[in-house]
Design a protein around this ligand. Structure first.
Ligand SMILES: [Zn+2]
Length: 351
C-alpha cells in the first residue's frame, strides 16, 4: 500500500510502498478514503512533542481519518454491528479501557493511550488497523472529505465549547470570544452558536480571509487584531457588544501573544479554554487570575461520545466546512503550506 512515513525528525515524509498491516482479533482494517492534515502533523515532524513523547520512527502521520471497513478481526463481536464496506470515522484516543478515565468515556486522556497518526499507523496511508471500539459508523451519504476533519479540527473545539457550557460560562447575556480562525476556529464559531445558549460570538484573528469565514459561519462580530494594542481591542469589543471584556474564551491558536491578549480581555469569573498548541508556554500575570476568580480549562481532542455528537450534527447538515482538497503525492507540499500558515480552512488528503 501507499504510505507517507516519517523516518527522521525534521525531514520530509517519505512516500513509499509498504506492506498492508495485519490485524489483531479485536481490530478492523480500515481502508482510508480521506485524511485531514493538522498543524500538529507539522509539529510532529518538527519534534514539538518529543519532550513529552519521543515516538520511535518510522511514524505514519495523519490522525483525522475516515474510510471503509475492509476486514473485520475474528474477535469483533457481532453486536458491534460492523460489516465490510461500512463507512467509518476513527475516534482518536485509544485507551486501555480499564483506567478511571476510560471508564467514564475519556479514553483519549488515558495514561496508556495510543493515538493514530503518532506511531506506526496513521491516516496518510491506504490502510490502518483500528481497535473496533474506536470506530464509529457513519451515514454513507456523508462525504469522506468532510468527515475526516471532524475527527479533530471539527471535534476538538466542540469538546472545548462543552467545557465552557458545562462550567456555566455561556448564555444569552454572555459574550464569548473565539481566538484564531484556522482549521479549528471556523468550527469553533459554529459550535459557539449551537452550544452558546444565545451568547454573542466574537471572532478574533489577523487574517481578513479567515475573519470573513468566521462571519459567514455566524460570528456576531469579527475583530482584526493585527497590530492593535489590547486597550484598542477592548474598545472595539465595547463598541460591538456594550462590554469591553469576554465572559468566555476558546483559544484555537495557543500562540503566546494571543494567550496574553485573550487573558487581558477575560472578565471576572471568566472561563478560558485552550485547544490550540501553536506555543509551548504561557506567561500571564497571576494576581488578576486569582483575584478575579478566572478558570483555565485544558481541553484535549475528544472522546467517542464527543465524536458521536459531532457526527449527529453532521448527519443533520448542521456543520459547514472550508476545505482544501489535495492528493497523496502532495502531502509534503501541503505540510509546507500549513507550516507557513497559508491554508485557509482545513487541508484534506483524498485517496
Ligand atoms: Zn485508560
Amino acid at each position: 500500500m501507499k504510505a507517507a512515513r516519517m523516518h527522521e525528525y525534521g525531514k520530509a515524509l517519505v512516500l513509499e510502498d509498504v506492506q498492508v498491516p495485519g490485524i489483531q482479533p479485536d481490530e478492523i482494517l480500515v481502508q482510508v478514503k480521506a485524511g485531514g492534515m493538522c498543524r500538529s502533523d507539522v509539529q510532529l515532524v518538527d519534534g514539538y512533542f518529543r519532550p513529552y513523547a519521543n515516538i520511535p520512527t518510522p511514524i505514519t502521520p495523519g490522525h483525522e481519518i475516515t474510510g471503509v471497513v475492509y476486514k473485520i478481526g475474528g474477535g469483533v463481536h457481532k453486536s458491534a454491528g460492523f460489516q465490510e464496506g461500512d463507512h467509518v470515522v476513527v475516534a482518536p484516543g485509544w485507551g486501555d479501557g480499564t483506567c478511571r478515565h476510560c471508564l467514564v468515556g475519556d479514553t483519549h486522556i488515558c495514561p496508556n493511550v495510543r493515538w493514530p497518526g503518532f506511531g506506526p499507523y496513521g491516516g496518510f496511508a491506504e490502510f490502518l488497523p483500528v481497535p473496533a471500539r474506536y470506530l464509529i459508523k457513519v451515514d454513507s451519504r456523508l462525504k469522506f472529505e468532510e468527515l475526516a476533519p471532524l475527527t479533530d479540527a471539527g471535534m476538538t473545539p466542540y469538546r472545548g465549547l462543552k467545557k465552557l457550557r458545562d462550567a456555566g460560562a455561556l448564555g444569552p447575556d454572555r459574550v464569548i470570544g473565539v481566538f484564531g480562525i484556522g482549521g479549528l476556529g471556523g468550527y469553533a464559531v459554529q459550535y459557539a452558536k449551537i452550544l452558546g445558549g444565545g451568547a454573542t460570538v466574537i471572532a478574533f484573528a489577523r487574517n481578513p480571509d479567515k475573519l470573513a469565514i468566521a462571519k459567514e459561519y455566524g460570528a456576531d462580530h469579527v475583530i482584526n487584531i493585527k497590530g492593535m494594542a489590547s486597550a484598542d481591542i477592548a474598545n472595539e469589543l465595547r463598541k460591538a457588544t456594550g462590554q469591553g471584556e469576554l465572559d468566555a474564551i476558546i483559544d484555537c491558536a495557543g500562540a503566546p501573544e494571543m494567550v496574553q491578549l485573550a487573558f487581558s480581555l477575560l472578565s471576572i469569573s471568566g472561563h478560558y479554554v485552550d485547544v490550540g498548541l501553536v506555543g509551548d508556554r504561557i506567561d500571564i500575570p497571576l494576581f488578576p487570575r486569582v483575584s478575579r476568580e478566572q478558570t483555565f480549562h485544558g481541553s484535549f481532542w475528544g472522546s467517542n461520545i464527543d465524536l458521536t455528537e459531532v457526527m449527529a450534527l453532521a448527519a443533520k447538515g448542521k456543520i459547514r466546512h472550508t476545505l482544501k482538497i489535495f492528493e497523496f503525492d502532495q502531502i509534503n507540499e501541503y505540510l509546507e503550506l500549513l507550516r507557513a500558515g497559508d491554508i485557509v480552512g482545513r487541508a484534506v488528503m483524498k485517496f
